[in-house]
Design a protein around this ligand. Structure first.
Ligand SMILES: *Cc1c(COP(=O)(O)O)cnc(C)c1O
Length: 410
């Protein structure tokens, strides 16, 4: 079997730096640290990237994928809009604010970016089934991508997810197994399944394919920099579930600097959690280097990971860049969803309520600089979490079809 991962040449341990050949492995046998893709990049120019497709594949020379990736059946996610958020900026006192709106991806969340990497890895390793443990959005992204790629799908979710996310995952076919337990229990179950003959030739996108999968989040960093005119933002607010997305956006910014694609300007990374699942924020505030697991209880189900694998790395990055990690209550999340929608016409799912809520909280407490160029991420679509604004699921008034009746409403 000949592998083609483009510029990726090895896996390396994030803890001890031990290197391994590219394979479906995810933990270092020396120290049990997590493995990640290591590269030998060629000469990459802005012009090459700009002449590429309007999807994440414009950055294929920076990702663990073959050069002809765009010709294969996949979801072609990415190149989502960067919205100049003048109204929200004025409401919160920012001079320059942008919303990176990832609700525009094919299955309406940022997860399409990471799954696209996992599909290429699954093809490389000759796997026939694509699988995952999911807090909701990943399930739909996996079943959709598997349908297009001609792979089987079998995905595992906590049984109590939002209806829209369950229906969305099922419509693409494959098997959807609800597990009576938290996401962390679903995840543990999947780790067991990998070692069992039942899971033979299965690619678990966020377990044994995680070193490839996680690299997809770098494309958020690349797109934001390119859409700002090849500049790094000065401040960015990112949601935290496992913390993978946040760590890879940092990696993406560093690669752009190392390759000379942007100037080396300072940036601060801010992490956002829901108060009902805030193990990283709690550790940040307490000055701890380790993260104590919690049992999640929040409406932001897509971020409800109580034992976040990348928690310690997130703490490092927030501290190193001069950022912070903050959390907001469920009520603040709903208020933030309404604020973003009514100022910018962007309808975010609860994860976007978390980032915008944290943006507001950090601005009000003076920890975000209102003069600095700031980007806030919306990683999912509000139609997936309609239940949290159920109070709005009615007209502002119901009248007879007459001018008099309408006049009486104002
Ligand atoms: C999965 C997810 C995230 C971030 O997940 P990480 O595990 O931290 O990479 C953010 N927003 C939404 C909507 C998600 O589904």
């Amino acid at each position: 079997m000949s592998l083609d991962f483009g510029p990726a040449v090895a896996l390396s341990c994030r803890e001890c730096g031990a290197r391994y050949p590219l394979g479906p492995s995810f933990a270092c046998v020396e120290c049990f640290g997590p493995l990640e893709a290591a590269y030998e990049f060629g000469h990459v120019t802005r012009e090459q990237i700009e002449s590429g497709p309007a999807s994440i594949w414009r950055y294929r020379s920076l990702l663990p994928v073959p050069a002809d990736v765009a010709t294969k059946p996949n979801m072609n996610p990415g190149w989502t809009r960067l919205v100049k958020a003048g109204n929200l900026g004025r409401a919160l006192g920012f001079k320059s604010l942008h919303v990176k709106d990832d609700s525009g991806n094919p299955t309406h969340s940022f997860k399409d970016r990471v799954v696209a990497m996992a599909v290429e890895a699954a093809r490389n390793f000759g796997f026939h089934t694509l699988s995952c443990s999911s807090t909701g959005n990943l399930a739909g992204a996996v079943t959709a991508a598997a349908a297009r790629a001609g792979l089987e799908a079998c995905v595992f979710i906590p049984a109590d997810l939002e209806q829209a996310k369950i229906a969305m995952a099922r419509v693409f076919g494959g098997r959807l197994i609800g597990i009576d337990g938290t996401y962390d229990e679903v995840n543990r179950f999947c780790s067991e399944l990998i070692g069992d003959p039942l899971g033979d030739k299965w690619g678990f996108v966020n377990v044994n394919l995680r070193p490839y999968y996680a690299e997809g989040s770098k494309t958020l960093a690349y797109e934001i920099a390119e859409q700002l005119g090849w500049r790094l933002p000065e401040q960015i607010v990112i949601p935290i579930a496992s913390g993978s997305q946040l760590t890879k956006i940092d990696k993406g910014f560093k690669e752009l600097v190392a390759l000379g694609l942007v100037e080396d300007t300072p940036y601060k990374i801010f992490g956002a959690q829901a108060a009902g699942c805030s193990p990283v924020s709690t550790a940040f505030k307490a000055g701890h280097e380790v993260v104590q697991p919690v049992k999640p209880d929040t409406i932001a189900k897509s971020l409800a990971i109580g034992n976040p694998a990348d928690g310690p790395y997130v703490l490092d990055i927030a501290r190193r860049t001069g950022g912070a990690v903050e959390d907001v209550t469920d009520a603040e999340i709903v208020e933030a969803i309404r604020l973003l929608a009514s100022t910018e016409g962007v309808f975010a799912e609860t994860a976007g309520g978390v980032t915008v809520g944290v943006l507001k909280k950090l601005a009000e407490s003076g920890r975000l600089d209102p003069e600095a160029e700031t980007v806030v991420l919306n990683t999912g679509d509000g139609l997936k979490t309609l239940d949290v604004i159920a109070a709005d699921a009615a007209p502002t008034a119901v009248i007879r079809p007459s001018l008099d009746a309408f006049r009486a409403t104002v």
